[in-house]
Design a binder for this molecule. Sequence first.
Ligand code: DAO
Ligand code: ZN
Ligand code: ZN
Length: 368
Amino acid sequence: MKVKAAVAWGPNQPLSIETVDLEAPKKGEVLVRIVASGVCHTDAYTLSGVDPEGLFPVILGHEGAGIVEEVGEGVTSLKKGDHVIPLYTPECGTCKFCKSGKTNLCQRIRETQGKGLMPDGTSRFSKDGKPIFHYMGTSTFAEYTVCAEISLAKIDPKAPLDKVCLLGCGVTTGIGAVLNTAKVEKGANVAVFGMGGIGLSVIQGAKMAGAEKIIAIDINDAKFEMAKDFGATDFINPTKINSVTEEVIKLTDGGADYSFECVGSTKLMRQALECCHKGWGTSVIIGVAAAGEEISTRPFQLVTGRVWKGSAFGGVKGRTELPGYVDRYMKGEIKIDEMVTFTMPVEQINDAFKYMKEGKSIRSVVTF
Ligand code: DAO
Ligand code: ZN
Ligand code: ZN
């Protein structure tokens, strides 16, 4: 079939709205009509050309939501009309990782997904006979996409897809990191580095967990109003003080019980660890640093009981847990609408990237 898509023909070029060819779903695959997709920093990172695993031409997008249009052979868990969120972290339920009960990082289709291909090693997208790569197993910047059955979470059909699409990445990454990875408990003190979509989601996760002090850290004072609405109790602007680490330690009588790095800066990752409380403070890395970057600290920081962790997609198993996140949004327990700064037709997707780079948006959502 012919479908509209925003194609990245090469690094650092604007996306181009094209009509491309999309093959029918094969065995274990599902055709999804994408209704809306958020634009995330990871899309911009790959588009910039610095992602060593970035492949071109490609259809980016990994924060989408849509409706099943057709299922391929052997697909039993989904049918036409089901509402779904594509998952860049699939859940097969049977691989070593899924069965471990210790991680959400299903590896069933990891190899082909990393190569921009469907599990059979080929692409469903092409233009004039030349293949176009898939992205993160989702490629949500297209009005129709093909995903593996295990890469789709079935959700409440009443949920607004132009909002819950953000559960496909940023919101879940932040809330899940608090509830699943850190397991923040009631009364804890929390420090959050970076007030983008993920940082704000950490703030709301910390509030949901019953944290007492929730410290929002950002170099832009304009971010603090929204952080407060999401549950932040204290604010630090690093440009206005000598040491963020010392400031957090002062505010928390010895250090944060939990800290979260939501920017992808290795310098902030160190600060986030070192502002944690001696003996037990846990720091969770969620921000994605550029390939090749390394973190460092004095080993004494760990010897004296601080813990360094990280998670992807908030440690959330998409097929089993994500529908519950949608339900919590529907009950008003998770805020998403406030994070959607702009909603625009996909034809304006390059503006979404521009607003993100200029810091003018928490999230832009493109619609089809
Ligand atoms: O299983 O090796 C693997 C891949 C895990 C996917 C990690 C993706 C992390 C990037 C997500 C962007 C969120 C800000
Ligand atoms: Zn993302
Ligand atoms: Zn698996």
